[in-house]
Ligand binder design. Structure first.
Ligand SMILES: Cc1cc2nc3c(=O)[nH]c(=O)nc-3n(C[C@H](O)[C@H](O)[C@H](O)COP(=O)(O)OP(=O)(O)OC[C@H]3O[C@@H](n4cnc5c(N)ncnc54)[C@H](O)[C@@H]3O)c2cc1C
Length: 489
């Protein structure tokens, strides 16, 4: 049995920690915050339970990472499937619904964007996304970084991968050109804003494998977690503790010191000044932060090329609202993406994403009241770490009123967060969130692998393959665990 320190309690690290605990390893999760879950958690304020970040949950369909994890560990999570999950407001005033059923969605897209090539485009995207999901869990040695990984890839190889691999070299922009959809301005702005929330970048920078999967995420099961995302995090933490592991909150890691022979282990120095000797380490915090814990010149140099800087990253501006329910929220989906006619000042973002608590979710708000999270991207958070929030709050609230989403008079309470707030909540460098965005120059096999030092330190979370989102980081945790096993844990 090995003693393993897990740095951070985001969904990436918890996935790895739970799998390790399930097979009897001694797991210690070290979390700097007072709550577990990082960007997928929920916290109490002024009588409401707000989401710390993520509001949409996918990955629970068979073949998908969260389904695999929860099924394997026999953890049950109280969720409700949403269909349709999302409504989109376009800048020209059109409103469209993202139905789960592919034909219903295509009919909706044709109604709003015109019939030309919509069916062909969405049918291909859906096929690619099905391939991606069915392949992701089969290739647990991807991206390869050892000869055993290469063997694993060969063993699990299927000929159809050759057909789909070419989509890693083509951007979504090129695919849209192929179907002459790039000339449809309204459709392009729709695609770009949808890609931004799922792949963190625009059609020119997102390859088709990731882009098609991102665009089709509403065509798979979308779930609401009763009580908020903490309802996903809590049972996993409880599972770890039932298996004899520990989840230590308010215990940040300040430094990781390899023993003179790292094969013999590491000393974890906590921010409280404690020292914990462990055999292995799994870091679930971004690579930018992880490298700082090691302060090792050689290691820094080997990741120099892969490290993204603030200019390439995003943070978020988030407005959390507690409100009195009215007829405006009756029979509407829980999630809304609003594509703004004019970008927001200060942060220059073109869309906002609004998520409601379910009206029967009395754990989050009392009867007759509800909670809404409104979030939007902030590019280059180092440069825009803090700003006057009042102007943005006012504009967003008036947009919600204009679109009949929440009447301003029914707002009971609100607060908002800037990149500075994210930095405080998660300690992530510059408060960047949402992981490493997709960039065409980084092919899937060039993304960060789970092995950090090729000795005893492993990585997971949204800066490692496959990147963003709860389902993505859950897969990264599964891959870290599989690679540790393949390395002889
Ligand atoms: C506003 C917003 C909306 C989003 N919406 C969605 C969505 O709808 N659906 C979706 O799937 N995804 C969404 N995401 C993305 C998703 O939340 C993240 O990609 C995912 O939760 C990241 O998980 P992680 O494990 O990589 O890291 P994190 O969640 O960042 O967790 C890392 C943890 O490590 C802790 N930590 C950091 N440094 C240290 C240290 N030195 N010592 C100890 N602990 C440390 C942090 O406190 C944190 O708890 C959203 C993100 C944001 C910010």
């Amino acid at each position: 049995m090995a003693k393993i320190a897990i740095i951070g309690s985001g969904m990436g690290s918890l996935s790895a920690a739970a799998l390790l605990a399930a097979e009897g390893q001694e797991v210690i999760v070290l979390e700097q915050n007072y709550l577990a879950g990082g960007c997928s958690s929920s916290y109490y304020r002024q009588g409401f339970i707000f989401e710390s970040g993520a509001t949409t949950l996918v990955g629970l369909d068979p073949n998908m990472p969260l389904h695999f994890l929860l099924n394997k560990l026999k953890i049950s999570v109280d969720v409700l499937e949403l269909d349709p999950s999302m409504r989109i407001y376009l800048p020209n005033g059109e409103v469209l619904t993202r139905h789960k059923n592919l034909d219903a969605w295509i009919a909706e897209a044709e109604r709003v964007f015109g019939a030309k090539n919509q069916r062909e485009f969405w049918t291909l995207c859906y096929k690619i996304s099905q391939f991606v999901w069915e392949t992701s869990l089969r290739h647990t040695s991807f991206p390869p970084s050892s000869w055993k990984d290469m063997l694993g890839l060969v063993k699990n190889f299927r000929f159809k991968q050759l057909f789909y691999a070419r989509w890693a070299f083509s951007s979504m922009q090129k695919l849209l050109q192929k179907y002459e959809l790039d000339k449809n301005e309204l459709f392009m702005s729709f695609v770009n804003e949808q890609l931004l929330i799922t792949a963190q970048n625009h059609a020119q920078e997102v390859n088709v494998l990731f882009g098609a999967t991102s665009l089709c995420y509403t065509n798979f099961g979308n779930f609401y977690c009763w009580g908020g995302m903490i309802g996903l995090i809590k049972p996993i933490c409880e599972f770890i503790e039932q298996k004899g592991g520990k989840v230590l909150l308010k215990t940040g890691v300040e430094r990781v010191e390899p023993l003179p022979n790292p094969a013999k282990g590491y000393i974890i120095h906590t921010q409280k000044g404690e020292k914990i000797a462990v055999d292995k380490v799994v870091s679930g915090i971004p690579i930018n932060n992880t490298l700082k814990l090691f302060n090792n010149e050689g290691l820094n140099q080997s990741f120099e090329q892969k490290l993204m800087r603030s200019e390439q990253l995003n943070s978020a501006f988030q407005l959390c609202i507690g409100f009195k329910r009215s007829d405006w929220q009756k029979n509407i989906p829980l999630h809304h993406q609003i594509h703004l006619p004019k970008p927001l000042p200060i942060i220059n973002s073109h869309s906002i994403f609004v998520s409601f608590s379910h009206e029967d979710d009395f754990a989050r708000a009392p009867l007759g009241q509800g909670v809404a999270s409104v979030s939007t991207h902030v590019k280059n958070p180092e440069k825009l770490s803090d700003f006057d929030k009042a102007e943005l709050e006012k504009l967003i609230i008036s947009e919600l009123e204009k679109l009949k989403i929440i009447p301003e008079k029914d707002i009971l309470y609100f607060h908002s967060s800037t990149p500075k707030s994210w930095e405080r909540w998660t300690q992530r460098e510059w408060g960047f969130v949402g992981g490493y965005p997709q960039y065409m120059r980084v092919k899937p096999w060039q993304m960060l692998d789970a092995r950090l030092d090729h000795k005893g330190v492993y990585l997971c979370g949204d800066t490692t393959y496959p990147g963003q989102g709860i389902v993505g980081v859950c897969l990264s945790g599964i891959l870290a665990y599989e690679k540790m096993k393949s390395d002889g844990l």
